[in-house]
Design a protein around this ligand. Structure first.
Ligand code: NAP
Length: 214
């Protein structure tokens, strides 16, 4: 049975913490591949300034190019908004009926899983990996596991990843204030951010589309 990891996130921008978490999950769970699924329009971020999805997709592609087990999906970009995870899981389940599916994302995101669309259905389609940084208080995650009941409790695994001390919000702020992001994101992502002018004060509304302008 093929085992596939779906790495869900806004990736605004993708950073080394995400890449280390994906590789740690691949290794710990024996995943054949990890498919990064950049959120198209995350349902919980409607009305908030997020970078256009095509930029986030391009950065995710650049960041994962050199890993043979990493791929990037356009599933949530090519579907009408908002991007519900349940729709993504149904899409991947239909394409891989026999696969062992794991949805990997941040622990803070999983804390809210009871508010996502069709939480029990989500857990029926895939098991979840909550990636945390060291020192992350596990009590709230355990409470979510309890609230889901005995059948679902075992379907959320916790994975501690030291590199998750890196945070997208901090990277955006670093660029905005002219501080370095080198060694926190892949070099290609750093170059892309600077070349496209992302996260600068004037790009606060999300920057331009990734095309050459006259
Ligand atoms: P978020 O609320 O921006 O992030 C919450 C925390 O998780 C942040 O610390 C974030 O760090 C971290 N994180 C996010 N993705 C991660 C990943 N793949 N690996 C490790 N850490 C990660 O969360 P989000 O990125 O917007 O959403 C996460 C996933 O949950 C997405 O796939 C989204 O579509 C899904 N989601 C679905 C629903 C729904 O279906 N109703 C609702 C909410 C979220 P960084 O900021 O550094 O990434």
């Amino acid at each position: 049975m093929p085992s596939i990891g779906l790495m869900g996130g806004t990736f605004d921008p993708i950073h080394l913490g995400h890449l280390v978490a994906a590789d740690a999950a691949r290794h710990a769970l024996g995943l054949e591949r990890v498919i990064f699924v950049p959120a198209g329009q995350p349902p919980h971020k409607a009305g908030r300034d997020i970078t256009p999805a095509e930029h986030r997709f391009a950065m995710t592609l650049l960041a994962t190019l050199d890993h043979p087990a990493f791929e990037v999906s356009r599933a949530e970009l090519d579907r009408p908004a908002p991007s519900y995870t349940i729709d993504t899981l149904r899409q991947f389940r239909a394409a891989h009926p026999d696969a062992d599916l794991w949805f990997i994302t941040g622990a803070d995101a999983i804390l809210e899983i009871l508010t996502w669309r069709e939480p029990q259905e989500l857990l029926a389609h895939a098991r979840f990996v909550a990636a945390t940084r060291p020192g992350y208080p596990l009590r709230r995650l355990q409470a979510v596991q309890e609230a889901l009941g005995p059948a679902s409790r075992e379907r959320i695994r916790i994975l501690e990843v030291p590199a998750l001390a890196i945070a997208s919000r901090d990277l955006r702020e670093r660029v905005r204030t002219g501080r370095p992001i080198r060694y926190l994101v892949p070099r290609e992502v750093e170059a892309y951010i600077h070349k496209m002018g992302l996260y600068r004060e004037s790009a606060a509304a999300g920057g331009a589309a990734p095309a050459v302008r006259p």
